[in-house]
Design a protein around this ligand. Structure first.
Ligand code: CMP
Length: 152
């Protein structure tokens, strides 16, 4: 089992796509184990996007990510990190394959609707930025028994 950090970004909030995109993760069989609506501050943006802080596009990215609320959630599932990244598609919505979230809903490199951790190390670091241990709800939905066999 893996946990991964997802952000439904300001474009998702403004375009009222939160429900549709959450549905995709639920339909896939991933479990939401923590979730909240928050306003990202410039400080949190700098921490979250530390690896991009020196890039020319960072000021515009910070302005975007702090422009409206985001939904932060932790998803749990088998291989959740790579499964979710595949579901999102390529970073640039114009290049993302049809059937992926960005391929179906985004036409932008910056406004690509959803962020997801790209590795176990990133997931651990990013989850720590948004959630404390006591914010996780570990109860499993009953349908879990019908998503895969016990030995998978
Ligand atoms: P995300 O997966 O959240 O990780 C970094 C974000 O920076 C990315 O999605 C895009 O929103 C944004 N981004 C990446 N590359 C560029 C770029 N070349 N110009 C503007 N924004 C970018």
């Amino acid at each position: 089992m893996q946990r991964t950090l997802i952000l439904l970004k300001p474009d998702c909030f403004q375009r009222r796509l939160i429900g549709q995109i959450l549905s995709r993760f639920e339909n896939k069989g991933l479990n939401i184990v923590a979730m909240k609506l928050i306003q990202v501050t410039p400080e949190l943006s700098k921490q979250h996007y530390a690896e991009h802080a020196d890039k020319p596009f960072y000021p515009s990215l910070e302005s975007f990510i702090t422009s409206a609320p985001v939904v932060a959630l932790a998803l749990e599932g088998l291989d959740a990190i790579s499964v979710v990244r595949e579901m999102l598609g390529a970073t640039n919505g114009l290049k993302a394959a049809p059937g992926t979230i960005r391929g179906d809903f985004s036409s932008s490199r910056q406004m690509n609707l959803v962020h997801a951790s790209d590795s176990p190390e990133s997931a651990e670091r990013e989850l720590g930025l948004y959630f404390s241990e006591d914010e996780y709800c570990v109860s499993q939905p009953e349908l879990e028994r019908f998503m895969r066999a016990a030995d998978e």
